[in-house]
Design a protein around this ligand. Sequence first.
Ligand SMILES: [Cu+2]
Length: 183
Amino acid sequence: MIAFGRVAAVAAFGICLTIAAGRAATAHRTAVRAAPAAALDSNTFMTVDAAAKKVTIQLDAAYNSQNGGMNFNGGSKGDQTITVPLGWSVHIAFQNKDAIPHSAIILADHMPLPLQPDNPAIARAYTKDVTAGIPTDGTDTMDFTAQPAGNYLIVCGVPGHGPSGMYIKFVVSADAKAPQYAK
Ligand SMILES: [Cu+2]
């Protein structure tokens, strides 16, 4: 009975965490819904230095409760697209807002996604602890050059998360004149 009680307590604690996370996510959703109805406000996640040809992107894992928290900046299953001109410098600031670990790695836009990705399609385009994931509130940065031109995905590298829809699109474009963040 002692063991059962412990299991029950752990389960109850887990439920509390879930409820708390759900409330936080609801607050996020409300904020997002209040934004202009057009394309995603790129200023929310993207800062552009045109002179330096550098783009800084905030990448929040579990930004809200979209796809059960399996999202980046509220995007999942490829429903957001970040486009960067070929050759620009990219700085991505990753933060995990979830109760479970997540990571990020750039892969070729090719299905099916590997269950456990470990080889980035763009050099240096991955966070630390790609497979184990970065814990709650953990952060990391990645700096890389947007090349070669092509269609990619930013995917969570924790096994199973990518196939569960935790990915958004990332395009390196030879034609784009400026970065764009679209939903
Ligand atoms: Cu994940």
